[in-house]
Ligand binder design. Sequence first.
Ligand SMILES: C[S@@+](CC[C@H](N)C(=O)[O-])C[C@H]1O[C@@H](n2cnc3c(N)ncnc32)[C@H](O)[C@@H]1O
Length: 218
Amino acid sequence: MTAERAYVPAAGHDRWLSLYDPLTRLLGAQAALRELLSRTELRPGLRILDIGCGTGTLATMVKLQQPQVDVVGLDPDPKALERAKRKAEHAGAAVDFVLGFADAIPFPDASFDRVMSSFMLHHLTLDGKRAALADVARVLKPGGTLHVVDFVSAGDRPRGVFARMLHADDHLTDSGAGRTVALLERAGFTGATEVGARRTLFGPVSFYRAARADAVGR
Ligand SMILES: C[S@@+](CC[C@H](N)C(=O)[O-])C[C@H]1O[C@@H](n2cnc3c(N)ncnc32)[C@H](O)[C@@H]1O
């Protein structure tokens, strides 16, 4: 199982992957994931997609919190997906983990009620973000919603030292909250809003919510 093109993996490089979970836990990422979860309006019967699921922490949390939803985790990194599968199995959470990119989601139009994304958008170039958000709009059902948490970058609020160490500046400079809301609007979402913000040890992060407009992807 291999991805067919380049991507920035979870910890910036394969060799750091085993440190990703302990490091992000230490730096307070779990609290941000819990806040994203609490903002995602889960209810039984929904179909949820986590794009850039990495080692599967969020997807597993979703299934444990609301067992009556279907959860799919998508990531181009087969090594991260192996870890994700082990984590979900160990937790007793039935989650489907699928290899793929956020701009070529391997599901038909209008497949999901919710799409979630944690700390993934800053891994993409500006064009990559545009393409990914367009494909998210395609796979969301009309009225479905997208829920995102990600770093906010310089020009918006100061960003943290760990974010600077791990990630290329050209990716982070597109990650201001205003820029992200504008990207969501341009991708055709309605009600795109920064719904919250918090400080973490790896830098300030913001939460976003946007709804699929009926015309998108049709
Ligand atoms: C910082 S990690 C976040 C992982 C997880 N969501 C979390 O909160 O721990 C970013 C993830 O995005 C994935 N990624 C990078 N490029 C991607 C793309 N084009 N489409 C989907 N996922 C991508 C990486 O493989 C990595 O697992």
